[in-house]
Design a protein around this ligand. Structure first.
Ligand SMILES: [Zn+2]
Length: 111
């Protein structure tokens, strides 16, 4: 699976959360984590984009913190309007990375 497809799956995951059809299982159901986390987050398209491992510097951190501090439930999903906003931020961030990869690929082809 190429990295664009992986990010496409990540966008879909967050869209399902926004649509209240899904929840966030963190590492367990994050498409790039499933492929890259076991190698200590090396090669993950998100880490490559931000230059930081374990989703530092991404929209995931505010989401995770809010879930922990405000809701503290086993299942991370949308419980309040702030959750929804943070999930949208994360989805948009996944889109940003996907588009960045698409652009990079197009540039490589053009050479
Ligand atoms: Zn909330």
């Amino acid at each position: 699976m190429n990295k664009i497809n992986i990010m496409e799956d990540a966008v879909k995951k967050w869209q399902r959360i926004i649509d209240k059809k899904g929840s966030d299982g963190g590492v367990l159901d994050c498409p790039p984590c499933r492929l890259y986390y076991f190698t200590l987050c090396i090669g993950c398209p998100i880490a490559q984009y931000t230059g930081k491992k374990f989703c530092k510097g991404t929209a995931y951190i505010p989401w995770f913190r809010h879930q922990l501090e405000k809701h503290d439930k086993m299942i991370k999903k949308i419980y309040c309007p702030e959750c929804e906003k943070l999930a949208r931020d994360m989805r948009d961030f996944m889109i940003e990375i996907r588009d960045h990869l698409i652009e990079k690929k197009a540039q490589e082809k053009g050479k």
